[in-house]
Each structure stands twice: as C-alpha cells, then as structure tokens.
Write a protein that binds this ligand. Sequence first.
Ligand SMILES: *Cc1c(COP(=O)(O)O)cnc(C)c1O
Length: 355
Amino acid sequence: MKKHNFYAGPSILTPYTIQKTADAVLNFADMDLSILEISHRSKQFQAVMDEAQALTKELLQLPDDYHVLFLGGGASMQFCMVPFNLLNKKAAYINTGTWATNAIKEAKIFGEVDVLASSEDTKFNYIPKNFEIPADADYFHFTSNNTIYGTEIRHDFDSPVPVVCDMSSDIFSRVFDPTKYGVIYAGAQKNLAPAGVTIVIVKESLLGHVNREIPTMLDYRTHIKKGSMFNTPPVLPIYSALMTLRYYKEQGGVKEMERRDLEKAAILYDEIDRNKLFRGTVAEEDRSIMNVCFVMNPDYAELEKDFMEFATEQGIVGIKGHRSVGGFRASLYNALPKESVEVLVKAMKDFEAKH
Ligand SMILES: *Cc1c(COP(=O)(O)O)cnc(C)c1O
C-alpha cells in the first residue's frame, strides 16, 4: 500500500535520494565496490564531499568566508560545540522549546547565559517577541523551527552580535540572508539525509576569540582546515545529502522548496481551521510550515484513537503527536509530496462526515 510519511525525524527523503543511495550501496561511482567499503580518502569520495559543500554554498548563497562542514554527533553536539568555540563571557538565548532548552543547558557549562525570553510557561505554544539582543553578548542563539511544538521563526534577526541558529528542521525551506548569521547548524535527518551527519555553516572570522583550550575534535577550526576530513566522516549520509541537494537544485532551489512548503502547509492549516473536529495548538502567526501540530477539539476528544486508526487505514504514517504535546503532528518536509497532504486532508474530511 502506498504510504504517506509524516514522521518528524528521521523522516521522508526524496525517492531520488533513496534510489541513488541504494545504487551507491551496490556500486559506487562505477568502482564495482559499495560506498560502504571504500576509503573516504579515495578521489571518488572526495568528489562527493567537495560537491556537497559547493552545492550547499550555492543553494544557500553563502559568502566566501563561510565554511560548510559535515560533522558527526548530531545537532545535539552543536549545543556544546557552539559555546565551546564562541562563548567567552556571556551568550544570549531565547527558549522556544525542548531543543532550545537543551542548547541553553549546555551553554551554561561555558559561561553566563542570558535567556532573553521564553514561552515555557504556556508549553511553548508561541514565539516570544518582546526582547532585545544585548550588545555585550558573545552571540545570540535561536531555534528557527521548533520541531516538537510546531512553531517557527521565519525571519532573520538584525542583531548587534553574531547570530547562531539551530535550523535542524527547516533548513532549505526558506530563503534567508546568510550574512545575518554567524553559525548555522542542522542535523540532516529532518530535511536532507539519513541520520548521522550534521551540516554546520561557520563564518571563519568568529573563531579563535575564546580564552580556553578546545579539544581537537570539538574545534571548528580543525574541521575547516581538514575540509571535514580530519577523521572518517559519515560517508553514506553525506552521499545521500548530496543527492538531495542535487534534487533541490534541479527542482528550482530553495525558493521553489519554500513555495511548495508554504502551499502544503496552507492546505493543512486551512482544513484544521475549517474542520469542527480539530484545532491547531499554537498561535496562528507562529505556525510552522514544517511541523503541523493539532489536536481533537475538546468536544470530540474521545475520537483521537479512532482518527488515528482511520488515518492508518489510508496509508498515513507518523502523525502521532510528540508525547509532550499529544494529539497529532504532521511533518511536511521538502520531500513530502503535496498529494500526501491532500490524502491527510481528505481523511480529516471523511472522518468529520462520519461524526
Ligand atoms: C531533531 C532536532 C535536534 C536534535 O538533533 P540530533 O541530530 O538528534 O541531535 C535539535 N534541534 C532541532 C530543532 C531538532 O529538530
């Protein structure tokens, strides 16, 4: 049966990515060897790394002094690598969800953390807006898309200090101005590739200003100097990432991805707002176009399990809400076709007609 994959992460990849990855597992670059069993220092893999970095730069229009790294350790590793490399005295964070909370916890190990604003008191159902970024902070950190709660910041900040952004779940879904950022990181398993690699974009001039010794593997300069090949990189996820990047480029780049993502999100939110059985969980102006969280209207709360079963019968998978929110979460990453959103919307309409 055809499946409609709404998992939040790891999550749907383009059929092109899956097919090309499968091909490379069997026979990579006409070497008559699997990509799983060759040296990362071979010229064939070096070409993959070079193209993946170049395409990321091209798709995101990064200026020359920005480096693209492909690192292990997940986005969570960046929660400590960022302060390790950038925090001397004080850093500013906003707390918009679980991932931001985790990032703040790590930063506190390295210095003073000024939490400028938080929406924790209302279960992170909106993005706080009234705060000022202090000019004496070493950097300002935010999470652009809150994967668990379904809120998103879809604009760039004008900041007096370098901006660091966790874009794990919405990178390549919005055209942004890279010059407004100092460091961007994103675990690949939401909008790019299988788990195992994290894209880190670093502006080189920000490095080398902290008064501490940084372990070799946690120092961004190590990976810049060695072109993400200081040690063995996660070769297969990087290969898959390259395939997705090629696909994005061929389809019209980030601008076209954004157009499609906005359209898909509008289709689903319109139905949530129209359908008497359901309601959204977050402030309308802060709704994420990547992770759409919704619950049963209180009058129909007892139908939650039935709807889940009904949706499953239509081939819909991965819409169970995160345990901290409940209800449903439909993730509409770039690789998800509009048709899958239409199937979900039809299921919601048909279920409403039955009740
Ligand atoms: C999934 C996610 C993370 C954690 O990523 P890992 O690669 O599992 O460490 C961090 N931030 C955001 C916004 C996420 O969606």
